[in-house]
Every structure is written in structure tokens, then in C-alpha cells.
Design a binder for this molecule. Sequence first.
Ligand code: SF4
Ligand code: SF4
Ligand code: FES
Length: 291
Amino acid sequence: MHSIKKAICSKLPCLISIRLYSGPKPAAAAAKKPSDPRKVFKIYRFGGILSNEKPTLKSYDLDINTCGRMVLDALIKIKDMDPTLVFRRSCREGICGSCAINLQGQNCLACITAIPSDKVITIHPIPHMYVIRDLVVDMTHFFDVYNSLRPYLIRNNSGALGKFQYAQSEKDNSKLVGLYECVLCSCCATACPSYWWNGRRFMGPASLLHAYRWIIDSRDEESEQRLFELRDDFKAFRCHTIYNCTLACPKGLHPALAIAKLKRLISGLDKKPLPEMDPMKFASGSLSGCK
Ligand code: SF4
Ligand code: SF4
Ligand code: FES
């Protein structure tokens, strides 16, 4: 970790001050340290681009003994005190990806991040996104780019849809581990300097991780076309392997590694291996051999 930190800092000496994300803090570790339960939450407030207001940081005093241990619990408690505060959340389990925020300068999912032990806790929207209101940002471009990848299985001969499963060996299936778990929270993309600078042309780490996920899937028959569409100076190759994306991912994924492997496929240095198992193995309708 120390060497990565050193490498990042030496690459960007004067442009930005980077605070590396050290992962969600386990609640148990936070609980060990006795700290004053009364905290000051400084939360970014903004009425949106249609309002004439300037963004401000509004302070809320909160006794965290009156809410759960996660940052989302504190936000919900604060919303009880001030119903005008706006933020996104849904699952509170780190699955929907909607509660991404910037906490003490680091991106995270509010629902799976323990309330820090600091006395003053600052919460901003995730960086470099248009703010709709308070902590809610406009994700339109992020999802437009994701959708442009056609993020689903494509087959030339799909057979009778829904009548049988496409076969995949365990080994081929294991290649998707570390990719399919992405919840599209955009913590990685909005921590990526290349995405800040070239966000309209560079696809960003989340979309590229998904591009790799579909290209490497042994059942997908669109891989060549997908790779062809990525042959561009910006779409994938504006990744400079800075690693902020990996450090920011609250799900512990490694988008930078996926992008590195993807670049090798795009440039023809690596080839997608042939499937170990015929995906149409069960097309006859028989599920024999299905584990
Ligand atoms: S490794 Fe690539 S995608 Fe990740 S932060 Fe760096 S430039 Fe962005
Ligand atoms: S790779 Fe991680 S940080 Fe990026 S969108 Fe997926 S879950 Fe979020
Ligand atoms: S509320 Fe769903 S990931 Fe946090």
C-alpha cells in the first residue's frame, strides 16, 4: 500500500492532494476506540443548478448513540432532524450502489461504512459530477456510457430463449469473479483523474470493468465486435494505471487490473480463450450433466 501511495503521489505532485481510500472501516475496529458520541456532521447543501443558492456546508450536531453505526444511519437520523436534506439510498446492504458519497475526502458507500471516530465529519457528493441537489448527483452520463457497452450476453444463435441454460465450465465461470459483483456505484469512476479530465471520451473504470466482464465471458459471441468498438485512443487507453479506482472501490474489486487485461485484448497482445464447454450443450432440452 505504501509503495502504491508513493507512486501515485510522485505522478501527481502538485495537481491534487490525494487521500487514499483505505476501505470501509470495520464497525468493530471503530468501536474499540472510545470517542465522544457527539459529532458534528458538515454536509454539503445545494439547491441544484436551477436555484440561485450557493453551495454551503451545513453543520448538524448528532449523538451517534441515537442511531446505527453506519454513515447512512447517521444521514437518516439527520434527515429526521432536517427533512430538506436529500441523498440516495435503497438497499442499505452495499448492493444497490445508490448511496455513494464522499466522506472525509474519500468515496464510499454510506451504508457499509462505519461512522468515523473523528469529531467533525464532512460529507460531500461524489466528486466531478453535476449535483442535482445536496448529495444527489446526475448519473445520466455514467449510465449512458455503461449502456453503450450492451452489458448483456449476446449470441448469434441464441436458440429458444428461456428453454435451456447456456453451459459454462467452472473454470470459465471463475473468470467472472471479481467482475460481476460490481454494483455500479461509480465510486471508482469519480475518483479517477482521467475520468475527471476526459469524462466524455474515456469510459471510466466501472464501464471498462463491465466491458471486460462481457468480453471474457465464454458464452458471449460478440467479443470481437466489442473489442473493435473499444479500439480508440480515449475509450480505454486514457487509463494511466493510476490505481485510484481500485483504492476507491467499496466492494474490494480491482477495476485497474480488469482494464489492464482489457487493454491487452484490445491491442491483440492476448486472445480470448476458446470456451472449455460448448455453451449450447443443453440446447436439446436435456439438463443432464448440469451441476
Ligand atoms: S487505473 Fe485507470 S481507471 Fe483506475 S484511476 Fe487510474 S486512470 Fe482511472
Ligand atoms: S468497480 Fe467498485 S467502485 Fe466501481 S462501480 Fe463497481 S462497485 Fe463501484
Ligand atoms: S443503500 Fe444500497 S448500496 Fe448503500
